[in-house]
Design a protein around this ligand. Structure first.
Ligand code: NAD
Length: 297
C-alpha cells in the first residue's frame, strides 16, 4: 500500500511554523518580512500564481506588495523598477513573475535582482552557490521537494534517482541537490530530458523518480519499479466537464495506475505545488533576517 505525500497538509504545518516565527521576530523588535512581486501584463495563470502568493504572505503575517505593470513596458523601465526595489530597505524579497513579454530579456531581469533579495533563487549567484553547496536561496520548487522528502523521512542516500526534465528552475537544480553530499542528497542521479532515448528503461530501475517535464500523465506504471518513490511536479491545465471551473489540473504521472506500485507518491494538485509557495515564504523570512538559506540538508 502506498503512502500519499500530502503537500497541502505539510505546507499548512510549515506556514503555521513561519507565522509563529514572525510573531516571535516582531516581539523581539525585528522587522515584518516584506515580499514584493512584479507582475507584467494580464496572463491568467500568472495572475493566479501571484494572488496565491499574496494570500500565503498574509496568512503568515508578511507584508506583500504587487507591482502591476502593463505589458507595453520597456525592458529599461522594468530594469529601473527592479533597481528601485533593490534599493528599498523595507522590501526583503523580490520576485518577477515569469513569463515576461517577448520583447523583454528574462535573464537580464533575473540578473538585475540583488542576490540578497532573489527569493526565487534564480540569480546566477544563488544558482552558483547551490551548485557548490554554499548557503544561498534555493529555487522554490526543488527546495519544497527536499522539504517533503525530509518531513516524510524518505531516504535518498545511496538511492538511484531519476529526474525527468532539465529546466533551470526545477529539473537541473533538483538533480544537483539530490547528488550533493548532504543528508537528503547522496543519491546517484540520472537527469533525463527530451533527447533521452531509453527513458522507460532508465525510469524502471529508479528508486526515486521526479517527473518535471510538463506532459500530462506521461509516467505510466510500466516505467515504475515496485516500491519506488514518485514525485510529480507537472501541472497541466486540461478542460473538464466534471468541474465547476470547466478545467482541472493533471500531473506528469498517471496517478491511478502508478500509485499502487509506489511506496510514496505525491498527488496533483496538493503535492509539490503548495510546497513551492512555502519555500518562497521561507526564503523571504531568511532574507528579512539577513540570513541566507542554510538548509541544503
Ligand atoms: P520546462 O517546461 O521548462 O521544460 C520541460 C523539460 O522536460 C525540458 O527540459 C525537456 O527536455 C523535458 N521534456 C520534455 N518532453 C520530454 C519527454 N518526452 N521526455 C523526457 N523529457 C522531456 O520545465 P519546468 O518549467 O520545470 O516545468 C515542468 C512542469 O512542472 C510543468 O508542467 C510546470 O507547470 C510544472 N511546474 C510545477 C511547479 C510546482 O510548483 N508544482 C513549479 C514549476 C513548474
Amino acid at each position: 500500500m502506498f503512502q500519499l505525500i500530502d503537500g497541502k497538509a505539510t505546507s499548512t504545518t510549515i506556514k503555521d511554523e513561519i507565522a509563529e516565527e514572525v510573531i516571535q521576530l516582531v516581539k523581539n523588535g525585528g522587522k515584518v518580512p516584506h515580499l514584493a512581486a512584479i507582475l507584467v501584463g494580464h496572463d491568467g495563470a500568472s495572475e493566479t500564481y501571484v494572488a496565491s502568493k499574496e494570500r500565503s504572505c498574509s496568512k503568515v503575517g508578511f507584508i506583500s506588495t504587487v507591482i502591476r505593470l502593463e505589458d507595453s513596458i520597456t525592458e529599461t523601465e522594468l530594469l529601473e523598477k527592479v533597481n528601485e526595489i533593490n534599493k528599498d530597505p523595507d522590501i526583503d524579497g523580490l520576485i518577477v513573475q515569469l513569463p515576461l513579454p517577448k520583447h523583454i530579456n528574462e535573464q537580464k531581469v533575473i540578473e538585475a535582482i540583488l542576490p540578497e533579495k532573489d527569493v526565487d533563487g534564480f540569480h546566477p549567484v544563488n544558482v552558483g552557490k547551490m551548485v557548490i553547496g554554499l548557503p544561498g536561496f534555493i529555487s522554490a520548487t526543488p527546495a519544497g521537494i527536499l522539504e517533503l522528502l525530509k518531513r516524510y523521512r524518505i531516504k535518498t542516500s545511496g538511492k538511484s534517482c531519476v529526474v525527468i526534465g532539465r529546466s533551470n528552475i526545477v529539473g537541473k537544480p533538483m538533480s544537483i541537490l539530490l547528488s550533493q553530499k548532504t543528508e537528503f542528497g547522496n543519491a546517484t542521479v540520472t537527469l533525463c530530458h527530451s533527447r533521452t532515448p531509453n527513458l522507460k528503461e532508465v525510469c524502471a530501475q529508479a528508486d526515486i523518480i521526479i517527473a518535471a517535464l510538463g506532459k500530462a500523465e506521461f509516467l505510466t506504471a510500466d516505467m515504475v519499479k515496485e516500491g519506488a518513490v514518485v514525485i510529480d511536479v507537472g501541472i497541466t491545465r486540461v478542460k473538464s466537464e466534471k468541474t465547476k471551473s470547466g478545467w482541472k489540473l493533471l500531473g506528469d504521472v498517471k496517478f491511478d495506475e502508478v500509485a499502487p506500485k509506489c511506496s510514496y507518491i505525491t498527488p496533483v494538485p496538493g503535492g509539490v505545488g503548495p510546497m513551492t509557495i512555502v519555500s518562497l515564504l521561507r526564503n523571504t523570512l531568511l532574507a528579512s533576517k539577513k540570513e541566507i538559506y542554510k538548509g541544503i540538508s
